[in-house]
Ligand binder design. Structure first.
Ligand SMILES: Cc1cc2nc3c(=O)[nH]c(=O)nc-3n(C[C@H](O)[C@H](O)[C@H](O)COP(=O)(O)OP(=O)(O)OC[C@H]3O[C@@H](n4cnc5c(N)ncnc54)[C@H](O)[C@@H]3O)c2cc1C
Length: 418
């Protein structure tokens, strides 16, 4: 019997070595872990939080996220989560003109949703946790040997522990410990947004569209009201850190000012009830192309700075990065090559997919800041010209990502518009 036991111990010790460690079970990490778990790899997924856990966000998910879930076979369950369907966008321009832009007709399946992240992330987590080993574990350091990442150190139930793997995927969010460790978190302040969120009930005039209000004082940032289940709303705003510092804007004060004084909103919030204090969090923008790979590791989602610089959409790109990270990881495991040189393909493929839209939206973000009258022109024209509005519909970030909006030809067209 004694020898049987020691044999078991050896097996257990050997099994502590994983193919892959994924840090963070948000949209990026859960997606990567799901692809790898389905491929039969030995994956350790770790998160400092247990689920359900909150995440400060606008709570809107578009077609990019849905496409990944469809590929993973989990879209149907996602569509049934408590939340709100999204068929389009209500846009207001700096001069206060409002236009409704629909992505599709109501007889078609909803192209987008607003699911609170506490619900959405728990759903993703539940879809992945049986495919992998999951541990509540706070990573405090990275194990590096011979110039390669070999695993993680951290705390599990107040105990110091370490786990090892052939490769580590860091999906630990905007304040990523791994990104800091490698000095890769150096976005200049014009490539970082700070955003706020406050849940409300009783905001009047809510529809099945998300509302993006390009109010003058926040440009190229915006104030949003997104519909949630049971008459609740996600209300927030986002602003580029550099502009916020230059204009000395306090985001909480700015948010309350919009709600209480802006003629577009003040009546709608008259009897509304705030369900929490205003909370804030960082959005690292993809307008800054951060290096996202190195010997034995990859960065995913916010850790790789992949948020759309115009819309603030980060869930879709985080999930796309999860897909590409899983793919190159499978290839690296097959080749037994975890070198920076081999993993560089991750960066190339990821940016081939998301790059053109990010570039176009970054151009538009800069244009909106310098020439707010162009936004007024675009929204004003869309309001009175149905054909033009239909063109805009296909270009909107949450509609699935088109590149046309940032192109020279489109901008010139706007400039020449009456
Ligand atoms: C105010 C605001 C509004 C936004 N609105 C939208 C929106 O409407 N739509 C949209 O698409 N995007 C939006 N975004 C962006 C979106 O929230 C992010 O892009 C998205 O969450 C990125 O996913 P992720 O998996 O990379 O990181 P996260 O979702 O942040 O997940 C990171 C995970 O890592 C874990 N973790 C962190 N550190 C450690 C550690 N040391 N050890 C172990 N685990 C760790 C965390 O607990 C967490 O679970 C918004 C962001 C903000 C701040």
């Amino acid at each position: 019997m004694a020898s049987d036991k020691s044999f078991l111990n050896v097996v257990t010790k050997k099994e502590a070595m994983y193919d892959v460690i994924v840090i963070g079970s948000g949209p990026a990490g859960a997606t990567a872990a799901m692809y790898l778990g389905k491929a039969g790899k030995k994956v350790l997924l770790i998160d400092k939080a247990d689920f359900p856990r909150d995440k400060i966000c606008g709570d809107a998910q578009g077609r990019k996220a849905a496409a990944i879930m469809r590929e993973l076979g989990i879209e149907e369950g996602y569509r049934k989560l408590p939340g709100h369907v999204v068929y389009g966008i209500t846009l207001s321009s700096p001069n206060g003109t409002l236009v409704d832009v629909d992505i599709t007709t109501r007889d078609k399946p909803a192209p987008g949703f607003c699911h609170r992240r506490i619900v959405f992330d728990e759903y993703l987590h539940n879809c992945v946790k049986d495919l992998v080993d999951f541990k509540i574990f706070t990573v405090t350091d990275i194990i590096i040997e011979d110039g390669f990442v070999k695993g993680v150190r951290g705390k599990e139930n107040d105990e110091e522990k370490e786990y090892r793997a052939s490769i580590v995927l860091a999906a630990d969010g905007a304040n990523s410990m791994v990104t800091q460790k490698f000095g890769l978190n150096k976005n200049p302040p014009d490539h970082f947004i700070v955003g706020t969120r406050q849940y409300y009930s009783g905001v009047t005039g809510m529809t099945d569209r998300i509302e993006i209000h390009l109010v003058k004082s926040l440009l190229p940032g915006y104030f949003w009201i997104f519909p949630l289940e049971d008459g609740k709303a996600n209300v927030g705003l986002g602003m580029i850190v550099k502009d916020m510092n230059d204009k000395k804007i306090n985001l909480k004060t700015a948010q309350l000012k919009e709600i209480q004084e802006n003629p577009l909103f003040k009546e709608r919030f008259k009897n509304a009830v705030a369900l929490e204090d205003i909370k804030g969090w960082n959005l690292p923008l993809a307008s800054y192309h951060r290096k996202c790979y190195g010997n034995g590791f990859l960065l995913l989602g916010d850790a790789a700075s992949l948020i759309d610089p115009l819309s603030g959409e980060g869930v879709g790109t985080a999930m796309i990065s999860g897909k590409h990270a899983a793919k190159i990881t499978l290839e690296a495991l097959d080749a037994g090559d975890f070198s920076e040189k081999f993993l560089q393909k991750y960066d190339e493929r990821l940016w081939e997919e998301i790059g053109p839209e990010i570039t176009a939206n970054y151009r538009l973000q800069k244009l909106g800041k310098r020439f707010p009258f162009l936004i007024d022109k675009m929204v004003g024209r869309a309001k009175k010209d149905e054909k033009f509005r239909k063109r805009i519909e296909g270009m909107l970030p949450y509609a699935g990502g088109r590149e046309e909006m940032g192109k020279d030809s489109f901008v010139e067209e706007l400039q020449q518009m009456e």
